[in-house]
Design a protein around this ligand. Structure first.
Ligand code: SAH
Length: 449
């Protein structure tokens, strides 16, 4: 159970913020039981909402596969847990998105809020509880209820209601350190959606991520790498479509760019190729059937993208000479991987601009210094061309996940530095429709040593 209370005036505005009518009892049938929401107070001075989750204990036991006498000994029906999180999402998804039809401005305003959780297990005790909520601006008071880290918790803050609901949805199961459902890749996306605005800068972000993903090493590593790359930026569906803005205007720009890069690789005579930041595998797809290519490795930091690539390329599904050439590897281009040295060619198509500028240093060392393929092909947007995209406001990037977009001079300067430092020659070329003064939408560099 959770009680949400405000003394903002008029306090009954809470109903508008939560999109729930104070005069009604709201009921949701959940897979694990019944959730109810009702107002326990509704005056101008104070308004409170109780969320009560009634878990069906028989259903719990039925699904659990446990046997023996203690199968009914279970704290889940009365402590706040991931069941409460699922219920909050069910009742309050609109409020969590920061929207309110009737009180849009109030939804964006911090108001005095109080949250009471009568029973929750705090694995890590009071210290951990405080370390989760205090950095987010809550005043925490709590009382231990007997053994087993069972606490009654009260949180107070001046905060936007949507933000607070996101905090609770993520942090309740983190405190409890358990989840009632199987955790997979989609859980990372949920964590990004719910935590984008506050988690990267939270001092306990690592521990929160690890617990939220049920201590699954692979998922936790991916999430942390993604957070590190984001550096506090909200997750954008960057990888889904590298440049949605440009793509919508010129559907063939990205295809044309990939064709150009594939042609360069073939022309170089390369047989063993790396596609670094391969995304959903469109370049791999263009190369794998070419008989000159004997091996092609796609590397990406996003497991979700790699899974899309696997589906697109049918890797691991079809076993034949063509599909056996392809390997997909999860990794970051800012960490060395000796297995990737000694290749003929590497491509980085629309990848560098997704990295914070200070990470380009590591990328340079890893790709040019350690992998050190004979040729490296890099493409990136040409910022000068952006003025030709109608609707792209001046100074804006083509994609929200881009960390920079360079002019031709800036790109040439970076290429020169890389070349000097790691012993590569290079040439740069425009890719796409050429404008007399502004160049082409994409710029490409071909490095060789
Ligand atoms: N090259 C692909 C995808 C471009 S989008 C194409 O042209 O279709 C950029 C890709 O770089 C994304 O898939 C993203 O997950 C990946 N990426 C970003 N940072 C990375 C890093 N540090 N290491 C590996 N891949 C990274």
């Amino acid at each position: 159970m959770l009680l949400i209370r405000t003394t903002y005036r008029p306090a009954t505005d809470l109903g508008y913020l939560l999109h729930k009518h104070p005069g009604r009892m709201h009921v949701a049938e959940m897979p694990f039981g019944t959730a109810r929401l009702l107002f326990t107070e509704a005056s101008d001075e104070s308004c409170a909402v109780a969320v009560i989750v009634e878990i069906d204990p028989i259903g719990l036991v039925r699904g659990s596969g446990t046997n023996g006498q203690d199968q009914y000994v279970n704290d889940r029906p009365y402590v706040a847990s991931s069941y409460l999180s699922s219920t909050l999402v069910e009742f309050f998804s609109t409020a969590m998105s920061g929207r309110s039809k009737e009180r849009p401005e109030l939804a964006a305003t911090p108001i005095p809020l109080e949250f009471q959780i009568p029973a929750i297990r705090c694995r890590g005790g009071e210290g951990f509880l405080r370390s989760l909520f205090e950095p987010l601006g809550y005043t925490v008071s709590c009382e231990q209820l007997g053994a087993g880290n069972l606490y009654s918790v009260n949180l107070k803050a001046e905060i936007q209601i949507g933000e607070a609901l996101l905090h609770l949805t993520v942090l309740v199961p983190v405190l409890d350190d358990a989840k009632h459902y199987f955790v997979d890749q989609t859980e990372i996306d949920k964590l990004f959606r719910r935590g984008a605005s506050w988690l990267p800068s939270h001092p306990k972000s690592e521990e929160i991520t690890r617990r939220y993903l049920k201590h699954q090493g692979r998922l936790t590593r991916e999430a942390l790498t993604r957070f590190a790359e984001l550096d506090g930026f909200p997750e954008a569906d960057a990888e889904e479509s590298p440049e949605p803005f440009v793509q919508s205007d010129r559907p063939n720009l990205h295809d044309g760019r990939l064709d150009t890069v594939a042609a360069e690789i073939i022309a170089s005579g390369a047989a063993r190729v790396l596609d670094l930041g391969c995304g959903e595998g469109k370049l791999v797809q263009r190369l794998m059937r070419n008989p000159q290519i004997t091996e092609i490795v796609g590397v990406d930091v996003s497991v979700r993208e790699l899974e899309a690539a696997k589906r697109r390329l049918r890797v691991g599904e079809v076993m034949d000479k063509v599909h056996d050439k392809v390997r997909l590897i999860h990794g970051s281009l800012t960490y060395r991987d000796q297995a990737l040295s000694g290749y003929d060619a590497a491509a980085l198509v629309e990848v560098i601009e997704h990295l914070d500028a200070y990470r380009l240093e590591s990328l340079g060392r890893v790709v040019f210094g350690e992998m050190a393929p004979k040729i490296v092909i890099v493409t990136t947007p040409n910022a000068e061309y952006n003025v030709l995209f109608p609707g792209l406001a001046p100074g804006k990037f083509r994609h929200p996940d881009h960390r920079f977009e360079w002019t031709r001079a800036q790109f040439a300067e970076w290429c020169q530095e890389i070349g000097d430092r790691w012993g590569y020659r290079f040439r740069t070329e425009p890719v796409g429709p050429l404008h007399d003064d502004l160049g082409a939408p994409t710029q490409m560099a071909v490095f060789s040593r």
